[in-house]
Write a protein that binds this ligand. Structure first.
Ligand code: FE2
Ligand code: FE2
Length: 347
């Protein structure tokens, strides 16, 4: 089994350091971490009764296209199921943190949760209780607490190093949920870790084929909502049609399954045909925003020692291709890990 390495430190909302950057996430490392929290016992709280969550969620579901998706029976199904979900208290703190500091993650977490519950109920032949069980604690982007707010809220396009730090949220979420749920085998922890993996192995953090149907549902709802929302560093969102076309393209490329796309198309239609009967058109009529989709800019790499320009070479490290840099001014060699540590030190 492939193990992943943390590129940045993982900490809780109270800034308690759980693991430092550079740590290999072996089962032993995770067991050791969980052992430090084994005596904690947390009260469980009804999710939607916390703070203003229910009111906020209702408001988010009134915004297009969710007003259409969650009308009538779909709204009742999602809210009834979410109403049965309980969370341990530390997880509720994450919502408070995001509500205050990162409204994108707050809204996105709630909407993806509602959409994933709805889609799971339609797509999976599992009981409602099973869906509620696995979804409880599934807050796929909780790892964003370990990403500096300056990067999350940056209004300019991200640099490559900032993008790597942003992508760190998947593993950070895995560590945080393993720690608080006191088990690294819990579905919630795996969902956080794998929600950016794809069927064809083209995702991150490990680039392994995504096989779990439930995680894929979260992944599809995640992509859909992410495309529809403006982000600080990518202010132009996709319109609904173009977002669905983007997902169709991904299904055609074998990155995600067709069923999730069929379900989203069905939810967006007034007559709500059963998803299996939906023919997804592969015709492209929408227009993606003209600014770069992921808002990443290629920047000139500067030497951390003398700020001179650096040349790039590809080297093999532990059998993996890595980029190494050599400063043209002072001659210092450095790599991506060094650049990440320097970026993190700024925050
Ligand atoms: Fe994510
Ligand atoms: Fe997400």
């Amino acid at each position: 089994m492939k193990t992943a390495k943390l590129v940045c430190p993982v900490h809780t909302v109270d800034f308690k350091l759980l693991l430092p950057g550079g740590k290999e996430l072996t089962p032993e490392v995770l067991d050791e971490l969980i052992a430090t929290n084994k005596n904690a016992s947390y009260p469980t709280l009804p999710f939607l009764e916390h703070g203003t969550l229910f009111k906020d969620l209702r408001g988010f579901l009134k915004e297009p296209p969710y007003d259409i998706i969650f009308q009538g029976i779909n709204r009742a199904v999602a809210l009834t199921m979410m109403n049965k979900v309980n969370f341990i208290q530390p997880l509720m703190k994450f919502f408070d943190y995001f509500k205050k500091k990162d409204s994108y993650t707050y809204r996105h977490s709630l909407v993806v949760f509602a959409l994933a519950v709805l889609m799971a109920q339609d797509l999976l032949e599992e009981t409602e209780d099973w869906i509620i069980d696995v979804m409880a604690g599934t807050i796929h982007d909780f790892g964003n607490v370990s990403v500096p707010l300056k990067i999350l809220n940056k209004t300019d396009p991200l640099t490559n190093v900032e993008k790597i730090i942003l992508e760190h949220h998947a593993l950070a979420g895995f560590v945080l949920l393993s720690y608080f749920l006191q088990d690294h085998g819990k579905f919630a922890a795996w969902a956080a870790k794998e929600h950016h993996e794809r069927r064809d192995g083209s995702g991150y953090p490990l680039g392994i084929p995504l096989k779990d149907g439930m995680v894929e549902i979260i992944a599809i709802c995640d992509i859909y909502d992410a495309l529809l929302q403006p982000r600080p560093h990518r202010p132009t969102p996709f319109d609904n049609r173009t977002a669905l076309e983007e997902l169709t393209k991904m299904a055609k490329q074998g990155k995600i399954g067709w069923e999730g796309v069929q379900a989203l198309v069905s939810y967006n239609r007034k007559d709500r045909p059963p998803f299996k009967e939906v023919n997804v058109s592969t015709e492209k009529r929408g227009k993606p925003p003209t600014d770069t989709v992921y808002g990443v800019v290629e920047e000139k790499i500067r030497c951390p020692n003398c700020h001179g320009s650096a040349s790039e070479t590809k080297i093999l490290k532990d059998g993996k291709e890595c980029v190494s840099y050599a400063c043209r001014g002072c001659g210092k060699d450095f790599n991506e890990d060094d650049l990440i540590s320097i970026e993190m030190e700024k925050h």
